[in-house]
Design a protein around this ligand. Structure first.
Ligand code: OVV
Length: 402
């Protein structure tokens, strides 16, 4: 006679400033724990961190649901702060219907059409940055690129778009715990949400953008008009901060690894691979959530129905069981086929080809124009819950001659 072993548990707090300042050491401890899934005492949630276990959870949408919400909040038990996303926070079969619409709106043909304007914008911003001398690359360069090209491609009008960043902070901060910081942030929620929802309406969008392509599916009867509005909201929620932070972190990787920068600078055609490696090594999306739909036996560990599971894709990207020398940033590494930075399974990032296009275009332009990247001050990470990203990256570029 014996009872099941007590689950492995941990006091680590993945939302604490200490953890967020350096998640990679605690990731190692979690991966090396004696079980493939670990109970986090502070939040009463499970966490997976090994590559194989992360893939197993993400590939198992029948038991690990998205309908319980994209963050720590459990929508099976509590009311969401905004209407749940029609793509992120639903399961198949509903999910396929909305996913198909976004897939078509973000088609390869569309990406090919926008590439030249992305390139022109990257060229102009990088030229300006080189001319300025020392600058804070986050506000003065990196933020401006996705904040220009992505809403332009969606078909939003040109105006001060900073409410998009405020909204993104709420959406991604809202995936973490309710703290005084979060409650303070949410004081602007009504005003910022109203600003966003206005821009998601059909009449606010140009006739030839990604937004209009989504509304065309409403005209075709594939989705309701109101669903089109919410799918545009998904683009505005997930489409700007994610790439800003990933491009910012990739830029820091290159600045801190001059030998890798030299390889890229001499081969601008490697820009896509450099961004791909940064998306493994240090990406804006470090974690996501699933919620169990039933009691689950996960590789011998017993989970109960409606429990939250933190899926640490950032830890999976550093798993030595999957990646040789995982803590080396190496732009020659072949990452794409096993990339986990965009998630995996039915919910893997629907706009990942757009994200890759932005990264490729940005770093190819940088490689063509810049000789040296000099860090002129300390890089500063945001330590509040939300995406991983930099608030500051003081840098000086020197222009390539010939
Ligand atoms: C992947 C993601 C992140 C944040 C928001 C959404 C999706 C959304 O669909 O609203």
């Amino acid at each position: 006679m014996h009872s099941a072993a007590a689950p492995v548990n941990s006091d680590l707090d993945p939302f604490s400033p200490e953890f967020r300042a350096d998640p990679f050491e605690p990731y190692t401890r979690l991966r090396e724990a004696a079980a493939p899934i670990v109970w986090l005492n502070k939040y009463s949630i499970w966490a997976v961190s090994r590559y194989q276990a992360v893939r197993a959870v993400l590939d198992d949408w029948r038991r690990f649901s998205n309908a319980g919400g994209g963050g720590l909040a459990n929508y099976f038990l509590e009311k969401p702060w905004r209407r749940p996303s029609l793509i992120l926070e639903v399961d198949p079969p509903e999910h396929q219907r909305t996913r198909r619409v976004l897939m078509q709106a973000l088609s390869a043909h569309r990406l090919q059409q926008v590439r030249v304007t992305f390139e022109a914008q990257a060229d102009a911003l990088i030229d300006e940055a080189i001319e300025r001398g020392a600058l804070d690359a986050i506000p003065d360069l990196v933020q401006r690129f996705p904040l220009t090209v992505f809403p332009d491609a969606v078909g939003m009008r040109r105006e001060d778009r900073s409410p998009m960043l405020a909204y993104g902070a709420m959406v991604f901060g809202g995936f973490g715990p309710v703290t005084p910081w979060y409650q303070d942030l949410m004081k602007q929620a009504d005003a910022v949400s109203a600003w966003i929802m206005e821009r998601c309406q059909r009449q606010a969008l140009s006739a030839d953008g990604i937004g209009a392509a989504i509304y065309a599916h409403a005209d075709a009867g594939d989705i309701e008009e109101g669903e089109a509005t919410l799918l545009v909201r998904s683009l505005l929620s997930a489409g700007v901060d994610t790439t800003i932070d990933s491009i910012g972190l990739c830029l820091r990787c290159l600045a801190e690894h001059p030998e890798q920068w030299a390889v890229l600078r001499d081969n601008p055609g490697m820009a896509r691979r450099a961004f791909e490696e940064a998306t493994r090594f240090d990406s804006s999306s470090q974690s996501l959530f699933r919620t169990t739909l039933e009691d689950v036996d996960f590789q011998g560990v017993q989970l109960k129905k409606h429990q939250k599971v933190l899926v640490l894709i950032g830890a999976a990207g550093r798993d030595p069981a999957k990646w040789p020398q995982p803590d080396r940033f190496d732009i020659q590494r072949r990452v794409t086929a096993s990339q986990i930075g965009y998630g995996a399974g039915v919910h893997s990032c629907v706009a990942q080809m757009m994200a890759r296009l932005e990264g490729e275009v940005f770093f190819a332009a940088l490689a063509r124009k810049v000789q040296d990247i000099e860090l002129v001050g300390p890089a500063v990470l945001r330590l509040q819950p939300g995406l991983r990203g930099l608030s500051s990256l003081p840098i000086r570029f020197t222009r390539k001659t010939i």
